[in-house]
Structures are given as structure tokens and as C-alpha cells.
Design a protein around this ligand. Structure first.
Ligand code: FAD
Length: 378
């Protein structure tokens, strides 16, 4: 396994970093405070072909490598967690089509998703089914050549701007409910977007509830077959978890850089606070844990790109480690910056708030531990 970045990956890393520092860093505080999805960042990603990272080459994507996407996402979240959700959610939304779509479905959606002309979202969670995916209650019933979907979803990222959703619903076959995934165009009558959550962090990323009332979806929009939905959801989450981990690494990196800048220029007792070993040890631990997490994410992405049997375990382990790590790193960054770290003039209080969600979504970290333990004990 060679985890060194190729020349092209390094070029993408540098390009995304430059764009983020020039165009988004000056807006990051405002994006958080306004708590509105920054459509100018969506346009920026469109103009710079950044969405091409989420699709395979043959459908307008760049190289189709999860590793490349993770490298780019890290650069986005290093500056702005909310903006990293724009790219991350486009990848999560594209996932079911990339991994399970037939040729017609891929041809219809992926080039537009890669261009950022079609925004995609992933609608799995329901008010009574979060970690327990099998507990979803949305129903799809066959009527002629269509399925009629009824149900409620919650916490759906960017539902308010999505053009297409993968919706998970149960189809009854011989008295058994089978989770099934459908591609649903957002303009289909019967879909309504409900409450937009007011969140602790990632406030520039919208999170909405959705209602499906008699929503008619052509049968050809089914992904895979009846009953494949559970497998589709898990396959997408296995991929999404690695990406989530890379968002966490980026935020931790941004927080550490801010803490170093501060520690070397803040004087107390006649010397920079960075001259104190107590501060140096916090920075050293932070840097070490960030490198461990980055290496785990790249290992997991390599396993995903190479379809190895260890992919599921590495995906869960890397998400678990990176997303617990980012909470420690951002908390310590605030600590190093003292009262200034706690205030909004510096980015680390935003980063600490943004960091919390990563241990919750794409499968809470308790669930990641179950996945890792199962892979050890099977
Ligand atoms: C900002 C945000 C964006 C999101 N985006 C999306 C999206 O785009 N699409 C989508 O479908 N969903 C999305 N979600 C939903 C997210 O995936 C769920 O919140 C997550 O899976 C956890 O589900 P829950 O919130 O219902 O918590 P619960 O499942 O109720 O869990 C509550 C707590 O119990 C723990 N727990 C549950 N079961 C076990 C167990 N067996 N053993 C030990 N502990 C357990 C959990 O780890 C957690 O700590 C989003 C959520 C948020 C907050």
C-alpha cells in the first residue's frame, strides 16, 4: 500500500487550499453567523469543477478515487466546516447511484452531479429510525408502473436545495417489509420540505425534515432490486464515514494552526505562551493525533478504492478515531487561546462547535465501535 499522494492529487490539494483560503476563509465566520447555506460557495465549487471529485471519470468525474476526494474535503473543512458539507453531501447523495445505479440511472444523473448542476441528497433517517436503519417506516407501494411513497424523513442535509434524493422506504412482499431505495426528483408532487434545524455547529449547512405524501416514482427509479436498500445504505455509509473522518481531520488541522499562530504571538509572563512546555505538549499531542487520523483515513480510502475485504473495518475505525480526535483537538485549541479562543473573533470556537456532529452522523461512534467489534469477533 502506497499512501503517498500522486502529483495530480497534490495539485488538487494545493488548488483547493488556495481557493478556500482566498475565497472562503474571509467568509467563514459570516457563513456560520448567518446560518444560511452559502450558495456562492456552491457556485465556486461549480466554477472550479470541484464537484467532479464525487463521480467516476466515465461520467464526468475526475479520477473517481475516494482518496482524492478526502484530500480535497480536508482542505475545505480546514477553513470552513459548513462548506465541506457542500462537497461531502454531494458525494453522499451521489453514492447510491455510483455504487448501485444501472447504466441509465448513471447516465441520467452523474454528469449533472459531477458538474454541480444537479445537487443530490440522501434521505434515510426518520424521527423513529436513526441508528436503527431497519426501523424506517416510510412505505412504497406498487401502483401500475410506479411506486407511491408515503412517510417522513428528518435531518436530511441540503434537502432544501437538492434536485434529487435517494429515498429509502419499505416495500411489502409476501407480508415482509423490505427496505428499498428509490431515486426521487425533488420536484415530484407530494414532497414537502419541513422544519430547518437550528444547530450547534455546521450552521451554514441546512438540515431539514421532509414529508412524502402520495409521491409517485417510476418503478425504473428503483436502485438495485426490492430489498437491496439496507445494503445500499450501508455501502454508502461505509464510504461516507471515511469522508466524514477527512472533514474532522481538516477541522482539527485548522484549529491547530490557529492555536499555533496564537500561542507564538500571545505574551504572558514576558514570553510567548508557546515557550511553556504545558502548551507545547498540547500542540505535540494534537499534531500527533491529527497525523494518526490522517493516515487512518488515507488507509481506509485506499482500502475502499481497492475494494479490499478490510474496507468496512477501516472505514469504521478511521471515522471513530478521527471524529473523537477532532473534539479533543478543537477543545485544546480553545484552551490554548484562553478567553480569546472562547470568543467569535477567532475561528476555534466555531471549529469546536462544528466538530461535535462528526461523532454523531454517518453512524454515531457507538455504532462504529459495534462495527469494529463485530469484524473482530465474527
Ligand atoms: C447535522 C446532521 C446532518 C444529517 N444528515 C443526514 C442526511 O443527510 N441523511 C440522513 O439520512 N440522515 C442524516 N442525519 C441523521 C444522522 O445520521 C443521525 O442523527 C444518526 O444516525 C444518529 O441517529 P439519531 O440522531 O436518531 O440517534 P439515535 O439512533 O437515537 O442514537 C442516540 C444515541 O444512542 C446511541 N445508540 C443507539 N443505538 C445504540 C446501540 N445499539 N448501542 C450503543 N449506543 C447506541 C447512539 O450512538 C447515540 O449516542 C443527519 C443528522 C444531523 C444532526
Amino acid at each position: 500500500m502506497d499512501l503517498r499522494l500522486s502529483d495530480e492529487q497534490q495539485m488538487i490539494q494545493e488548488t483547493v487550499r488556495k481557493i478556500m483560503e482566498e475565497k472562503v476563509a474571509p467568509r467563514a465566520t459570516e457563513i456560520d453567523e448567518k446560518a444560511e447555506l452559502p450558495m456562492d460557495v456552491v457556485e465556486l465549487f461549480q466554477e472550479n469543477q470541484i464537484f467532479s471529485l464525487v463521480a467516476p471519470q466515465e461520467y464526468g468525474g475526475l479520477d473517481g478515487q475516494l482518496l482524492t476526494l478526502c484530500v480535497a474535503i480536508e482542505e475545505v473543512s480546514r477553513v470552513c466546516g459548513s462548506s465541506s458539507m457542500i462537497l461531502g453531501n454531494q458525494s453522499l447523495g451521489a453514492g447510491p447511484i455510483v455504487l448501485w445505479g444501472n447504466e441509465a440511472q448513471k447516465d441520467k444523473y452523474l454528469p449533472g452531479i459531477a458538474a454541480g448542476e444537479i445537487m443530490a441528497s440522501f434521505a434515510l433517517t426518520e424521527p423513529n429510525a436513526g441508528s436503527d436503519v431497519g426501523g424506517i417506516q416510510a412505505k412504497a407501494v406498487l401502483k401500475g408502473n410506479s411506486y407511491i411513497i408515503n412517510g417522513n424523513k428528518c435531518f436530511i442535509t441540503h434537502a432544501d436545495i437538492a434536485d434529487v434524493f435517494t429515498v429509502f422506504a419499505k416495500v411489502a412482499v409476501d407480508g415482509k417489509d423490505k427496505i428499498t431505495a428509490f431515486l426521487v426528483d425533488a420536484k415530484t408532487p407530494g414532497i414537502s420540505i419541513g422544519k430547518k434545524e437550528r444547530k450547534m455547529g455546521l450552521r451554514g449547512s441546512s438540515t431539514c425534515s421532509m414529508n412524502f405524501e402520495e409521491v409517485e416514482v417510476p418503478a425504473e427509479n428503483m436502485l438495485g432490486n426490492i430489498g437491496d436498500g439496507y445494503r445500499i445504505a450501508l455501502d454508502c455509509l461505509d464510504k461516507g464515514r471515511i469522508m466524514t473522518g477527512s472533514m474532522a481531520v481538516g477541522i482539527a488541522q485548522g484549529a491547530m494552526e490557529a492555536a499555533i499562530d496564537f500561542a507564538t504571538t500571545r505574551y504572558q509572563f514576558g514570553q510567548p505562551i508557546s515557550d511553556n512546555q504545558g502548551i507545547q505538549f498540547m500542540l505535540a499531542d494534537m499534531a500527533t493525533e491529527i497525523e494518526v487520523a490522517r493516515a487512518m483515513i488515507r488507509t481506509a480510502a485506499w482500502n475502499h478504492d481497492n475494494h479490499t475485504p478490510d474496507m468496512v473495518k477501516f472505514s469504521a475505525m478511521s471515522k471513530l478515531y478521527a471524529t473523537d480526535m477532532v473534539m479533543r483537538a478543537t477543545t485544546d485549541a480553545v484552551q490554548i487561546m484562553g478567553g480569546y479562543g472562547y470568543c467569535k473573533d477567532y475561528p476555534v470556537e466555531r471549529m469546536m462547535r462544528d466538530a461535535k456532529i462528526f461523532a454523531i452522523f454517518e453512524g454515531a461512534n457507538q455504532i462504529q465501535r459495534l462495527v469494529v467489534a463485530r469484524s473482530l469477533l465474527k
